[in-house]
Design a binder for this molecule. Sequence first.
Ligand SMILES: O=C(O)/C=C(\CC(=O)C(=O)O)C(=O)O
Length: 308
Amino acid sequence: MPFTKDADWLDWCAKPTKPKFQLPAGAVDAHCHVFGPGHLFPFAPERKYTPCDASWEQLFALRDFLGFARNVIVQATCHGADNRALVDALERSNGRARGVATVKRSVTDDELHALHAAGVRGVRFNFVKRLVDALPFDGLTEIAERIAKLGWHIVIYFEADDLKAYFKFFTDLPTPVVVDHMGRPDVSKDAFGPDFDMFVKLLEYDNFWCKTTCPERLSQSGPPYDDVVPFARRIVEAFPGRVIWGTDWPHPNLKSHMPDDGHLVDFIPRIATTESLQKKLLVTNPMRLYWPEETMSSRSEALGQLKS
Ligand SMILES: O=C(O)/C=C(\CC(=O)C(=O)O)C(=O)O
């Protein structure tokens, strides 16, 4: 059965602008998705939305057009815990993509090892109520303990209003934790006010990382997303070693407008204002999380081990 996308679904921008900002060599688009195609990889029965298709070919064409070297593909809720579309994309990437999967408590060790072999390095816990049914915390704790042993991390997605209630659960997690879209702040508030201060407190735990992503999702003023700049800049400048960035292509569930992905890349120098911050945000930090075996520190550790 072919899928029919939601009536109010906005498709991704087919002809993005070439960005003016030249990405540093080796830049990683560290948050993007693939959807289906539905006839090959059906959307999950429990999904809360039905998107348009967005294939690995289209994602990798965008990667090359914008000037990224690699992708981190994040399982979206429309595929539930069926990671086949994600794994297929990872396997077709020639090692240039890694992934973040969604798994159920019933996942077997063999399934986790197969995901690892395909390039998965994290699991996503999604707490956004419009996207998922309520999550059992003891199940998540069990998954967290199992994936910690694989050296994976946990990606969390939640709304700012829920942070207080989840703070202890989050800070008890035993792995590195990466927060999607800056914890979805209300950008009509003060970037240095009490609400965003609480989010900054979360990032003070040194196992926490942040995606300074989605100006198009958070903005209330629309392009060029001036209202998001102070929030993202605050985070990039306070935690330069634990921030990453991604396009969020193909931008699920946007209702007001569809961003031009070239313009999103041009947003980066407004939040990471020096070459050094840009390189950390786009290259060094995502490489440490997703391709640690290629980073300098792992190479020197390996050399040290050979010498000793
Ligand atoms: O693209 C994103 O990260 C944000 C999403 C979709 C999502 O997370 C999902 O379906 O899993 C959203 O806010 O609707």
